[in-house]
Design a protein around this ligand. Structure first.
Ligand code: SAM
Length: 248
């Protein structure tokens, strides 16, 4: 059986005994039925995996004993931010889960002119906590040690205005240029941030395209077929990572 990974939000040190949160205890003790001494991998986003064993199971929970710190090699060399137009419930979860598995560094939900999903402040903060939990679970499952940050939704204009000028800025557009042309044939540098914008089901409007062009984004086509909004970003991430040698 694969060694279960548990993401914690506390500092981890070799030799420490740490309290496992109730959600992890539920999974390890009730679902997987592990007993004391079972091997675990703990992580907290510091880039390391901590080899541990399940210790001391009490009525209220369990602890883990940390044995060794090991470097984690599951991170992508590319620092990709996926700016995804808000999609309905399950689709957004799906994008966040799969983009995390593929190794994105950040996920920025965006509101474009034709975005139909509307979130008031209270729903937005609940969705954000839920999306961050989806990303954390995807890291545990896929072996990543760094959980991508999921940011609060922003309008396309506010997001685009905040993207660094040195980033590679790609706006996915069925009428755009080939990816190789947008990258100017240059090799992908691991340190260069890459931003990918994906439009909603109704596509990016003329106004959206104008805002993106003004912010230095190049329109990029991903082949001759129209992809659903939840497919397009993942195809772009996989293409960039193939070019960077991350999927070897
Ligand atoms: N009729 C819309 C259009 O022409 O833009 C289709 C929108 S598509 C369902 C949703 C989003 O996925 C698009 O806004 C775009 O960002 C991306 N997309 C879909 N297919 C694509 C392709 N072949 N190349 C590049 N981007 C694509």
């Amino acid at each position: 059986m694969r060694i279960p990974r548990v993401h914690l939000t506390i500092p981890l040190h070799v030799g420490a005994a740490v309290e496992l949160p109730p959600s992890a205890c539920e999974h390890l003790l009730r679902v997987l039925r592990l007993s004391e001494g079972a091997p675990l991998l703990l992580c907290n986003g510091d880039g390391m995996d901590y080899r541990a064993t399940l210790g001391e199971i009490g009525k209220r929970g369990a602890r883990a004993q940390i044995l060794e710190a090991l470097p984690n090699h599951a991170e992508s060399p590319l620092r990709i931010t996926l700016a995804q137009a808000l999609a309905r419930g399950e689709k957004m979860d799906w994008v966040i889960q799969k983009a995390t598995e593929l190794g994105v560094a950040q996920i920025q939900p965006i509101v474009t002119e034709r975005t139909e999903v509307r979130l008031d402040a209270e729903r937005a903060s609940r969705r954000l906590a839920h999306w961050q939990a989806v990303a954390t679970a995807a890291c545990e499952q896929s072996g990543r040690a760094r959980v991508p940050t999921v940011f609060e939704p922003l309008t396309l204009a506010a997001y685009a205005a905040g993207v660094d000028a040195d980033a590679i800025r790609l706006a996915l557009d069925p009428d755009g240029d080939a990816l190789s042309n947008a990258l100017n044939g240059g090799a992908l540098q691991n340190t260069t941030p890459i931003h990918i914008v994906v439009g909603p089901e109704g596509g990016l409007s003329e106004r959206d395209h104008a805002q993106l062009r003004a912010a230095g984004f190049s329109g990029v086509r991903l082949g001759p077929r129209i992809l659903r909004t939840e497919t397009a970003g993942l195809a772009a991430i996989a293409s960039l990572q193939t070019l960077a040698g991350d999927l070897r």
